[in-house]
Every structure is written in structure tokens, then in C-alpha cells.
Design a protein around this ligand. Sequence first.
Ligand code: ZN
Length: 348
Amino acid sequence: MIVNAGRARSLRAQLPPLARAFHHSRTAQASDFVRIVEVGPRDGLQNEPSPVSLETKIELINKLGDAGLPAIEAGSFVSPKWVPQMAGTSEVLTQMKHFPNTKYPVLVPNMKGLSSLLDLLAAQPANTSEPLTDEIAIFVAASESFSRANINCSIAESLDRLAPVTRAAIDKGLRVRGYVSTVITCPFEGPIDPHRVKDVARKLVEMGCYEISLGDTVGTGTPKTTRDMIDAVSSAVDVSMLAAHYHDTYGMGVANVLTAVAAGIRTIDSSVAGLGGCPYSPGATGNVATEDVVHALHGIGMTTGIEMGKLVETGAWISNILSRPNASRAGTAWLASQKRLEKDKAKL
Ligand SMILES: [Zn+2]
């Protein structure tokens, strides 16, 4: 929602001083609420090396819903031949808890994936009040070489293939979120011109996407390159339609998230415990950890509606199940301080 400049100024004045510093006056995005899109169960688990059971996926989504996440990417309707980790998304959607204030987008790579989802939705009993999901996500790369390596076609071809998918989804009442990957660097081509990102983002909006998630897939972005990229894209797409999706490969995830928030972006993708990686870029880590993002945002006076304690416990729980280190610094620190408090209490 765009509010007028006067109202934006008065709302800005009500924010705590630090939040005000991060509040972009020109964009008139007056809200201090940042919507976190939790991508751990899809983007995260998809890139984890160890297999994940159906029960674990469902429990992860349930725990995240209970922690108050407003959006949780629940899975992907991609062929299990290509992405074995994403097998069973239909079962996940039908068996998980649906929290009324949480959205559950699913990734749909092509018409076949959309048909599978639509079949599943049509098979639901008519008396179910809430649909299993009302949102899909599609993806396009900003780099030609990444597009070829990932989906074996050019950017233009992938947009042509996705246009009818988007149209069909919208006709069925679904919202469509568009991902643009490799918005800063491509593992094959190197730096990406921000104006190419802008062109792809604009095409996704013209196709009907309600939101464009800008993905630094490789995680090489710095606050400077991130800001330049956002400035280029927001010259064509309103900043209220943009989401930030950053990987933490070089430890810049939180800094880049705060850069996006300062630029007026109010939707951030992140994954609990920093789950994930990128199969095409060696050494690329997962998305910036949700715990770290929430800690930073709350620290500058923004709100997320997320219960930090429950979120941190979920991050520790899934790291333990996957036998991997917890990639969230805030989560690890929070748990350590809780343990210390409990020890001190036990001494009393
Ligand atoms: Zn990602």
C-alpha cells in the first residue's frame, strides 16, 4: 500500500529513532512491520545434502507457523527426479497444520507442476474453509548462463514458458510470486548489470506477479551492490512490490537485509537456522538465517509478529535433526544465554 507523503512523515515520526534512520522517506512505506517469508522448508531443505522425511518437513512447517511466521514456503511441485528433497509436497500440504494468518506458497516450475497443484486443490472437500494454499512462486534468472545451467533455456524462453503458467494460476484465484535469481553475481558470468535485473523484474510484474523476490543466490552482495541493484529495480517496479532474498555466503546477509529495509523493502525471505545452499556455486551457504534477521529487525524497532524463543528452538531442532551446525549466530547466542540463565537459577 502506498500512503501519501504527509501521512508517511507523521508515521515515520512515531518510529523509534533507529528505526527512523532505517526508514526511507521517499518511498512513503510508512510501516514498521516487516513481513518475513520463511523459505527454509523449500529453498533451504532443497539444498541440504541429507534426505529429509515427510514427518520432519511437516513438523518444521508446523513449528514455524506456531512461532508466528506470516508466510512459509511449504514445498515445490517440481519433478522428484530433479529435486528428490521436494518429493511429497502434496502430502505436506494436506497433512500440515494451517495457521489462519500464515500463507503457504509453493514453488511451481512449469505447467506440469501447476496442473499437479490444481488437481490437489480440486480434490479438497468443498466444505474446507481454507484452501491448502492460495499462492505459487515461479522463478527466472537474471543471468543467461545460470538460466541455461539451471533450467536449460534462455531468460526470454523461460519468461515465455512461465507467462501461461502465471495466467492460468491467476485465473484459478492464486497469487503469483516471482523470484529473480542471481541478481548480484552469477557463478558463471560474474557481476550482473542491475538493469538486467530490472528488466526481468518488470516483465514478471507485467505477467501478473504481485511480488518480486530479488535473490542474491550466490551471496556475494554487499550493502553497496545491493543498494545499487534495488535502486535500479525500483526505478521500474514499486518498492512495495519487492522482496529481498539474500544468501549469507560472505556474512553480508543481515547487512544486506538492513540495506533493503532502508531502501523501503518490507518483505524479507530468510531460512531458519540458515538452511540451504546453491548446487551451482561451490561454498555458497544458505539463506540468511531467520533468527538473525528477526534479531536485527527487532533491534532497530521494527516488528515481525514472530516469537523469537519459538523460532530459535525450531532452528536448533532442525539443525539437530539434519546433524548440521546451526548457521544462525543469533539463534546460537540466544540458546547459550538461556542455558546460562537456567544454570544460574538451578544454583539459587
Ligand atoms: Zn535462496
